[in-house]
Design a protein around this ligand. Structure first.
Ligand code: PEP
Ligand code: MN
Length: 358
């Protein structure tokens, strides 16, 4: 019985990217949109075609999108190929134009999400529209701004809202166009577990050779979907040349995603169960040890007070860190992880000692 229950749990926990949105960064011509629509409409996993109609450029002077004519082509090609499109909206007029041309899914771009005034204006236009709205993360790693934009959209009465993780602009970057900072979307998911979470690996990576790997990482983080930039001829693109995939590379990406079936075998569940039990036990032990350690800190604080010693003893702490880092290295634990953990424990120890002072 227990194993049956465990199999069901595994089913719920299995890796599954449900929604796949793909398409060019921008609509550039009727022929370009037709070509990409023909290619993507032949891929059953693609549920929606993305294509920017108004392009918010960080610096002025670039291609800023074709506007209304692009929407007309979308309407025609949607009929011809039996597909649906989505595009970015940044102004209330954009929402009205999308409605006029039958585009019923829109996204709020990263530069708009970070501005509550603009989100508010957009929400006034979205109210009662029946549209599906995807909210990209703001360019800064500020989860409240992202949550706030989603809440505003929900308060406008939009029932279908999803979040899109497209990475965060940093002064120093580590090989990505926008740092993924996976902990930020994980915080969003914890706060809003009912909101589907999609990953845009194209704007995170900024390079076509990073996109498939990022999409697979997103699958491991249990994302509900992907939004990927795909162009019939990326080198000739008018925007985001380095990151757009060819349809063939995108088909490879889709087949590289983990399949559900491989995670469902009873063998996997049998192997997982005892290991998960051990992890549970170890976590309980860790917490008991931490509670004991804090109790020691509390006792030490009474003695320090009697001896009129300051709570924070920098020499002692330097010795503790050196000793534990040596042990961690011998145990094969990551140095950054160990240092961060020690800092966290020491911070709590000081808080406990100061609380006793008060
Ligand atoms: C885009 O999707 O093409 C785009 C401009 O996205 P972002 O708002 O994430 O920069
Ligand atoms: Mn783009």
């Amino acid at each position: 019985m227990e194993n049956i229950v465990y199999l069901c749990t595994l089913f719920n926990e299995s890796i599954m990217i449900k929604t796949v949105i793909a398409g060019p960064c921008s609509v550039e011509s009727r022929e370009q949109l037709r070509q990409i629509t023909a290619a993507l409409s032949a891929m059953p996993r693609v549920s929606l075609i993305r294509a920017g109609v108004w392009k918010p450029r960080t610096r002025p002077g670039g291609f800023e999108g074709l506007g209304e004519p692009a929407l007309q082509w979308m309407q025609e090609l949607a009929q011809e190929y039996g597909v649906q499109y989505c595009c970015e909206v940044a102004r209330p007029e954009h929402v009205e134009l999308c409605q006029r041309y039958g585009v019923t899914t829109v996204w709020i771009g990263a530069r708009t999400t970070g501005n509550p005034f603009m989100v508010e204006e957009l929400c006034a236009a979205l109210a009662g529209s029946g549209m599906t709205v995807l909210v990209k993360n703001p360019t800064s790693p500020d989860v409240s701004l992202w949550l706030g934009a989603i809440e505003r959209v929900q308060q406008a009465g939009v029932a279908a809202v999803s979040a899109v993780h497209r990475g965060f602009a940093m002064y120093h970057n580590h090989g990505y166009r926008n740092e993924p900072l996976w902990e930020v979307p994980m915080t969003l998911r914890r706060e809003m577990p009912q909101i589907p979470l999609l990953c845009d690996p194209s704007h995170i990576g900024g390079r076509s050779d990073l996109v498939a790997q990022l999409a697979n990482t997103a699958a491991q983080f249990d994302y509900d979907g992907l939004m990927v930039e795909v162009h019939p001829d990326p080198e000739s693109a008018l925007t985001d040349v380095p990151q757009q995939l060819t349809p063939a590379a995108f088909a490879d990406l889709l087949s590289s995603l983990p399949s559900v079936a491989s995670h469902l075998s009873p063998v996997t569940s049998q192997q997982l169960l005892p290991l998960r039990r051990q992890i549970d036990e170890i976590d309980h032990e860790l917490l008991s040890l931490l509670a004991r350690r804090m109790e020691m800190s509390r006792q030490i604080s009474f003695i320090k007070r009697e001896l009129q010693m300051p709570v924070y003893q920098s020499n002692r702490w330097a010795d503790v860190v050196a000793d534990r880092m040596e042990q961690a290295a011998a145990l094969g634990l990551d140095a950054d992880f160990t240092r961060a953990l020690l800092e966290k424990i020491h911070g709590e120890s000081i808080r406990v000692q100061l609380a006793d002072e008060a």
